[in-house]
Design a protein around this ligand. Structure first.
Ligand code: AMP
Ligand code: ZN
Length: 483
């Protein structure tokens, strides 16, 4: 499998560090508000990577943090703690806010078919882990204490910018208008590892530390949580593109200074979902959530389908028209799958292998999900029986997670009910099994009855009886079961 690595700016063959495990870390949500569908684009695409690694046979261990402290309104350690802002907005405690929005996040993920990572760790659970790392960074001179806070000294590094395709000035965390410059910092890009003196005095959550009562910076959380659960090395680290700088840059700076060796091999960044007027953001007030999509009658999986139709390394523009098109295409796809007849033929293994090859080739090429979706449509067109098609679609959906089989089953049931209501001849199998040969005989018997050829109808019933099939006539159809 080839993955684009933001750290080297190349597509690279994926080779895990260890033969028996793949270690993956994902930056989790800051739980001060609902996730918007932009955030969820990142989680959907990371979920594809998670699922495809498992599908390819890797033993994946995936860890995600929940940021419930330390993430200030500006990623440059300025402003106030987003959690506190959320708590104040809703007249609740920080922990209440954290619990509520963590639950909301996983409920959205479930609706979008996103797996919950193997380990989900709230940042507030791991204070000792951060203190251990910061203590060593202080001892080795990578960190300094100034004005009540502990800072990482970026001037100690030979190479600080890892992801930058641009010049250093473009990436410097500038001091924003209306935010006071932190004069404690020795260098512009130094960042806080531990706050005791914040820009605000009413921080709700505080812990004792060698540097005084305070709380961790946002960046140290991900290094600490990753090392706690995955040890001293990491295969893949992912997040949205805005995390590349300064967050991931700072994670690398502090982790590698602490460990004394390389930390993570592959960095995967998902480009943003934008609206016509720019990047979607929680701070913009009104933003799009999964619940809003549902209220407007969209299926959350249609949004997932929309995301899969474009590559994760391209920014994606959200419009209602685009979502309408995705919903329509998704409905058509389900209808086509529902039209396939379970039990029609036996699984054709060479065809399965051929279809799977195309699907894997797409995903092996830096997760080309739009080509993987094309491979799914190819299954519908393949010159093979329905049972084989259904087998392959079920298999692909282990990665795509579009809920195709359950939705198609539901659609099939609906169609049956509609047919009954319309007085059409329907065949019901008591066990739910479908058998094309039996169904053909039942239709022939029905045709015979219609033509008043009762002898032929009885002959067919007898033939089926001899084969161990019992029939019961029902209004507008027939029910059958194996004896
Ligand atoms: P947050 O909850 O703000 O910490 O962000 C959660 C994740 O969503 C991070 O990986 C961000 O990089 C990512 N993210 C933020 N905005 C967008 C966006 N508009 N499109 C895609 N991903 C985003
Ligand atoms: Zn992170």
């Amino acid at each position: 499998m080839y993955l684009y690595n933001s750290a080297t700016r190349k597509k690279e063959l994926f080779v895990p560090n260890h033969p028996d495990i793949v270690k993956m870390y994902t930056c989790g949500p800051t739980v001060y508000h609902f996730a918007h569908i932009g955030n969820l684009r990142s989680y959907i695409m990371e979920d594809i990577l998670d699922r495809y690694l498992r599908y390819s046979g890797y033993n994946l261990k995936r860890v995600m943090n929940i940021t419930d402290v330390g993430h200030l309104t500006s990623d440059a350690d300025e402003g106030e703690d987003k959690m506190l802002k959320g708590a104040r907005r809703e007249h609740k405690s920080v922990m209440e806010i954290a619990q509520f929005y963590t639950d909301a996040f996983f409920s959205d993920c479930a609706k979008l078919g996103i797996r919950t990572p193997d380990v989900v760790e709230p940042a507030t659970n791991c204070i000792d882990d951060y203190i251990k790392i910061i203590s060593k960074l202080m001892d080795t001179g990578y960190a300094y204490f100034a004005g009540g806070n502990v800072y990482f000294d970026t001037s100690r590094l030979e190479r600080y910018y890892v992801f930058n395709d641009f010049n250093a000035e473009d990436l410097d965390v500038g001091v924003r208008e209306g935010v006071e410059e932190d004069t404690n910092k020795r260098n512009k890009n130094d960042f806080v590892l531990w706050f005791t003196k914040s820009k605000f005095e009413d921080q709700a959550l505080k812990w004792d530390s060698p540097w005084g009562v305070g709380y961790p910076g946002w960046h140290i959380e991900c290094s600490g949580i990753s090392m706690k659960h995955l040890g001293e090395d990491l295969d893949i680290h992912c997040g949205g593109i805005d995390n590349a700088f300064p967050h991931h840059t700072n994670e690398i700076a502090q982790s590698e200074s602490y460990l004394g060796h390389k930390w993570c091999n592959y960095w995967m960044h998902v480009l943003h979902l934008n609206t016509n007027d720019g990047k979607m953001s929680k701070s913009k007030g009104e933003f799009l959530t999964v619940s809003l999509l549902e209220e407007k009658g969209y299926d959350p999986r249609a949004y997932r389908f929309f995301c899969l139709q474009s590559h994760y390394r391209k920014s994606l523009v959200f419009t209602w028209e685009n979502l309408d098109n995705a919903q329509l295409a998704y409905n058509k796809l389900i209808a086509r799958i529902a039209a396939l007849k379970p039990g029609d033929g036996t699984i054709d293994k060479p065809v399965v292998a051929e279809l799977k090859e195309k699907f894997c080739k797409a995903l092996d090429n830096d997760l080309n999900t739009s080509l993987a979706v094309t491979a799914l449509y190819d299954v519908l067109k393949a010159p093979t029986n329905d049972e084989t098609k259904l087998f392959v679609i079920r298999d692909f959906d282990r990665v795509l997670s579009l809920d195709l089989m359950a939705k198609a089953d539901k659609k099939r049931e609906e169609l049956k009910k509609e047919a009954v209501a319309a007085g059409e001849f329907t065949i019901v199998s008591e066990s739910g099994e479908a058998d094309a040969e039996i169904e053909a005989k039942l239709r022939a018997r029905q045709d015979a009855k219609k033509a008043k050829n009762f002898a032929e109808a009885d002959r067919i019933r007898g033939e089926l009886k001899d084969a161990g099939i019992e029939l019961t006539d029902i209004p507008h159809g027939v029910k059958w079961k194996r004896l």
